[in-house]
Design a protein around this ligand. Structure first.
Ligand code: GTP
Ligand code: MG
Length: 246
């Protein structure tokens, strides 16, 4: 094959050119969609950090222990659409997948999880699309967590679009449990699976009791503050905030 032929442009017939243009168009649209999801994720994450700082200013402690976020990979997006027999198109992602942008909020205490959930839902431009309260109604395997799907308007150069974000809120102990349980998903040849499932259910129940007990202990400690305690708490709070904001 001569050099010219070998390097001839791939698009050399009108129908091929149209197909390529269509594909490029879809790819750009997909990139645009990912930009929307990653922007929405950053916005919600920042809102949560701001709430945490505001709580620290008004109370002695931060309700949020940590926040992490992830954008679903393209391979997982396609995989989920195919598993559900849904069209693999940009519109289909927008309509059918609500967890492309995911945020996990880990709280120290049980009541903080609900407090964070209420505060984020209250924000004017955030719309709550669904709630699954797996804390009040745990899954059969013992999974506990609060799941919200919210949408937030994202401003780009020439458009404003409402974008879905999945927020999972749980305690440190629930998160510890969920990370271990999650590893089961990738193990195919576990011999004593039934036993492991039972032990995990047992641990989940223990964890729920411990979460409740820790919150009760914290409440008793906080209830008996003397004026001196309050003064030192205010000083500590100021010190902490100055450190955090610098
Ligand atoms: P997905 O298709 O996985 O998104 O599930 P869903 O649409 O039925 O939503 P659900 O709110 O039940 O679960 C969403 C996410 O929560 C999952 O992708 C996991 O990250 C987490 N999750 C739900 N159930 C479990 C569980 O039993 N164990 C663990 N470790 N995580 C879970
Ligand atoms: Mg998911």
């Amino acid at each position: 094959m001569n050099y010219e032929l070998q390097n001839a442009p791939i698009i050399n017939r009108p129908e091929e050119s149209a197909a390529s243009l269509q594909m490029l168009d879809q790819m750009l649209e997909f990139k645009n969609l990912l930009l929307l999801y990653s922007s929405a994720m950053k916005m919600i994450s920042t809102r949560l950090q701001i709430l945490d700082e505001d709580y620290a200013l008004k109370n002695e402690r931060n309700p949020i222990h940590s926040i992490s976020s992830r954008l679903k990979s393209t391979a997982s997006i396609i995989d989920k659409l195919e598993r559900r027999n849904l069209p693999v198109t940009v519109d289909s992602v927008r309509e059918n997948l609500h967890d492309v942008a995911g945020i996990r909020v880990i709280c120290s205490y049980l009541d903080d999880a609900y407090e964070v959930s209420r505060s984020i839902q209250k924000q004017k431009d955030i719309t709550l699309k669904s709630v699954k309260d797996y804390i009040a109604f745990p899954k059969e395997n013992g999974y506990r967590s609060l799941h919200l799907i919210v949408s937030i308007p994202v401003n780009l150069i020439s458009t404003v679009q409402d974008v879905d974000v999945e927020i999972q809120i749980r305690t440190i102990a629930m998160d510890f449990w969920a990370s271990l349980e999650h590893t089961l998903k990738y193990k195919k040849n576990i011999r004593n699976m039934d036993e492991i499932v039972k032990r995990l259910q047992f641990c989940a129940e223990n964890i729920a009791e411990v979460d409740l007990a820790m919150m009760t202990i914290r409440n008793s400690i906080e209830k008996d503050d003397s004026p001196d305690d309050i003064k030192s708490q205010l000083i500590n709070r100021l010190k902490k905030l100055e450190k955090g904001l610098s």
